[in-house]
Design a protein around this ligand. Structure first.
Ligand code: SF4
Length: 443
């Protein structure tokens, strides 16, 4: 018997090639075993943090896709312009040179007229395709590029809101440090969801370390099977549950991260009649109340600690109030008792989970990692498909994400983290601002 390392005279080439799996956006690191120019096996690459040497069944079977006799290896041109269910597209194989000449000809013409006329909608599914597309768009001169599932939106608002708030495709608990995670219709790290192989190992380690996992879901599959506590609720009522928890945290426990809300959200922005920001006449910036100067000033000119988070003020003869004050008042209508009727989750459970979440957030705490001291909020509220496979997708996701922002648990150690960073995590005036604007739009 000849092993891979004992080359027979007929084996000229026997190598392991490091690459990455392109069968989903997990992009797990792989090693392809090539013998005499033929890939004979695909394994995970244990030296890489992405997948840590593990692959899912689809990844292992990538070899079948690679050598599928029906795999497309040449460009096809549609010859029948008529489209319809019973129309044969009339695909005709053409050479790569022919295809490239044709495409480049059209692109050159568009670029000459106005590069912005090129709109690129790129796939989300393959990591290897993301950066080249962006580099191409930049080189071409068009800003019009977006990622989209092109109608296959399993994440719906998760992608929209995570993109705006976390510069990310989605959010997951920071498994290495999170101590308390609430999953609203999500299964990340439990044999489903993004970066499946990497996250499964991380989630398993987190559970072994003692991370509590509260799974809010009408059905207890995937994550529910591993949960510390399964909280069943009526389908599609996640926003009501999350807002009633927010109400408890804000109005009953008063357990919010004030410095975070001052520095990182629009909580201190002044809202005038008509539910719009009060703005500085010159700079058009939203105004905040500067407690040191006892006057309204553009937010960029005021130290965060001096911004009034709550209160009513008169600015230029107009009565206004802070955005956070409005949120507090708005949340009062979402009582746990009402949520119990809508969601079927007992009010006592809602209060307990909200209390546990805000208490485990350890507001104000820091942690030192490799000599750097960072904010530490070891809680995360995440959501995904189960939370938003229906018309209230955006409201459900944003209400869940609001929980993180109330306790300052967004893109710091232990909290709800950007799953896939597009470039850099921009610490924006976050989900809270988005919630406010959606609230205004809805009312
Ligand atoms: S999760 Fe599976 S299909 Fe996706 S990149 Fe990893 S091995 Fe490939």
């Amino acid at each position: 018997m000849i092993t891979a390392t004992q080359k027979s005279p007929t084996i000229q080439d026997d190598s392991w090639i490091a690459s990455s799996c392109a069968l989903c956006y997990g992009s797990c690191s792989i090693l392809a075993h090539r013998v005499n120019g033929v890939v004979v096996k695909i394994e995970g690459n244990p030296k890489s943090a992405v997948g840590k040497g593990k692959l899912c069944g689809k990844g292992v079977s990538g070899i079948m896709t690679h050598y599928d006799p029906n795999r497309l290896t040449k460009p096809l041109r549609r010859t029948n312009p008529k489209k319809g269910i019973n129309e044969d597209p009339g695909w005709k194989e053409i050479s790569w040179d022919e295809a490239l000449d044709e495409i480049v000809g059209v692109l050159a013409q568009v670029r000459q007229e106005d590069p912005r006329k090129l709109v690129i909608q790129r796939t989300t599914t393959v990591m290897a395709s993301r950066m080249p597309f962006h580099a191409f768009a930049a080189a071409f001169g068009t800003p019009n590029i977006s990622a989209s599932g092109a109608g296959l939106h399993c994440g719906n608002a998760a992608h929209l809101i995570s993109g705006i708030m976390h510069a990310s495709w989605s959010v997951v608990p920071d498994f290495a440090y999170c101590n308390y995670a609430i999953y609203f219709g999500a299964s990340k790290g439990h044999s489903a969801g993004h970066a499946s192989c990497s996250n499964m190992g991380l989630a398993a380690d987190a559970r072994a370390r003692g991370m509590k996992m509260i799974v809010v879901d009408p059905i207890a599959n995937f994550a529910g099977g591993k949960a510390t506590e399964w909280v069943p609720l009526r389908v599609g009522t996640d926003a009501m549950l999350a807002l009633s928890m927010a109400n408890v945290i804000v109005n009953e426990l008063n357990s919010v991260d004030r410095p975070y809300l001052q520095a990182r959200t629009n909580g201190p922005y002044l809202i005038g009649p008509g539910k719009r920001y009060m703005r500085d006449v010159k700079t058009k910036q939203p105004l905040v109340w500067d407690t040191a100067a006892n006057a309204a000033r553009p937010f960029s000119e005021v130290a965060a600690a001096d911004m009034a988070l709550e209160g009513e003020f008169i600015v230029n003869g107009v009565k206004c109030t802070t955005s956070f004050t409005k949120l507090k008042a708005h949340l009062t209508s979402f009582t746990p008792e009402l949520a119990e009727k809508v969601c079927t989750v007992p009010a006592a459970s809602i209060r307990r989970i909200a209390r546990e979440f805000s208490s485990e957030a350890s507001i104000g705490s820091t942690i030192t990692i490799e000599g750097t001291t960072l904010p530490h909020r070891p809680v995360a509220a995440i959501a995904f498909r189960g939370n938003q496979g229906h018309m209230n997708s955006t409201y459900n996701f944003i209400a869940v994400n609001l929980l993180n922002h109330l306790v300052g648990a967004a893109d710091v150690v232990g909290d709800a983290w950007a799953l896939i960073l597009h470039a850099k995590v921009f610490r924006k005036r976050g989900s809270y601002a988005m919630y406010q604007s959606l609230m205004t739009t809805a009312s």
